[in-house]
Write a protein of this length. Sequence first.
Length: 715
Amino acid sequence: MPCGGGDIGMNVWVEQGDVLFYAARSGAFDENNTLLKAGRFRLSLSPGLNMEHFRQTLHLEEGYVEISDGQLSIQLWADVWKPVVHVDVSSPRIKQSMAVTYENWRTKEIELTKRESFQTSYKFAAPKGLTTHADSVVATNEGVIFMHQNSAETVFDATVSQQGMDTVKDRLYNPLKNRISGGRMLVKDMILMDQISGHYASSDYEGWLYVTKFPKRTFHLQVVMATVQGTPEEWEALLDATEKSISRVADCESSRGWWREFWQRSYIEVPSQPRTPETSHHPIIRNYNLFRYMLGCNAHSQWPTKFNGGLFTFDPEYVNSAEEYHLSPDFRNWGGGVHTAQNQRLVYWPMLKNGDFDLLKAQLDFYLRIYKNAEERSRLYWGHEGACLTEQIENYGLPCYPEYGTKRPAGFDPGMERNAWLEYEWDTCLEFCMMALEAQRYGGMVIKDYLPMIRSCLRFFDEHYQYLANQRGAKRFDGNGKLVLYPGSGGETFKGAYNSTSTIAALRTVAEALIDMRYETEEMKAFLSRLPDITIRDGMIAPALHYERVQNVETTQLYPVFPWRMYGVGRPNLDVARRTYENDTLAVKFRSHVGWKQDAIWAACLGMTDEAQRLVTLKMHDGPYRFPAFWGPGYDWTPDHNWGGSGMIAMQEMLMQEVGDTLYLFPAWPKEWDVRFKLHASCGTVVEAELRQGKVINVHVTPARDKKKIIVCTK
């Protein structure tokens, strides 16, 4: 069961009467860019829990987990404003003895297996003998300090050298050098009893066992965390400062108050009434909220929630039982610091309609920190401006080490990834640019710091495709004065694309948004005049004018529907987009609800209620694990956050869509699914509405003057 807050996530469970939890914090990247867990914590009480009356509850409304038996209560929560984990034990009738063990599986150098290297940025191209360095663990009677310290040289240095960027290395942002993460477990009225060894799941560990001096009715355990790029002295000073700032009662009320406010920003819920199994959609709506809770646990982080598990990964053998996955709890497929942008975007798009603009900031700031490094790539390799932000992007803005390619032929363009899936895929960054623009339009976010990044992303396409045309011949544009977007890519799927539809839709939509917001108007108008048109063939949207091969299973011919909203309910040529969804042979072949698949979103955006209902039921129903919103592994890992994110988007679009000054309510929501919702639209508009027994019985719009924009679509 997940539990967290601020930028801390825990997995909490009870095993043979012991309470255990993993703790993780965003930004705990090691020297190989693995996202490390802080450790495992074990609480043993005597006489302990009466398992006949055992109950473990996630209190969503206030963001904490409670384990109880009617007499003994154990509450776990993370401070929303400080990196601190609290465990409160209350046993009013019976005094309890308590033992607490901090367990760490990185007490010695770990040589990574071939599969295990997928948790790092080296993935399938790991050098022989790649290791995770040992943690430092120091235990005293006051508690245990655990710390992982990166050296000055990390995978960042290997990547820079591999990609021929040593001449500009001193100008590059490097988040890994001398990064220190970890924390301190503080134990009051306990003594250090023993250092033990053990084996849990697939990992050997060392444990530091503390026991109470005498039985008590109440206990409090806290874990304080810190992360710096600096010296151990600076790290410990930050740890001390955080510890001194703790005021447990006030911090608890402040954190629970934040969660209460979080759930009032927006919601999708079932009105109170008897449940009928034949038409029950309760699990779907419940899982929407469970997943949103997990996103809320990383609300105040410097680092975005990773698509491949976020803060809540667990022992990998419970995801995949194959022997090669019998690995440490640090494992996740597809890396800890590297971002697969096509997947990552789906975690963050739903935050706009949820009104979770504070959560969105971490993802936007991720690109803000790295785009300067991407500009250095363009200047060094091609001699032009603009940020070349690739699909598999490191948290320092360079292509991922293995996807850049370790076996590159002589004379191959040094700016290109040598990878069949990723070559020429540069346009996903434009979705994050659009998120920034939409955050201003929806919530009034101040985005002036993001504007240079947005301009740089557009500038790259303008300058690079003129550069490529100039390499081929004497003209920079085609016969109509348009950019020739070749070679290009439609996601990872349509490779060697000539005028990729997804790229054109992205460039056009972002440029038009800048004009609408009166940013760089003349420059953007000139840029728009150079963009080619999207190709319509046989009455359907084509993936590109031409493409050389199909490499993956993404339906990028429907990206003009979502994320770019050029087609949909209330928009022109809806029939063209529906025809593409229903009849395009590859769109039909690729259709699925699994993982990052977006078919449920497109069906909702196109007002195809039955199809949206079918797909969202498959996507958002209970996952295969004990916690129902732990989906996956899908194409990635468990919990599969881009699975949940794409499902959230689909449900939002089923309930409300915005076109110009008009809000369409229930455009693809089945009338037999009773629901109440509160969602955000542009210009600070908030809509609340309820559908009960097929009838809309309440609509409330804030501010009230916007009610004229409403069109109710139920029949």
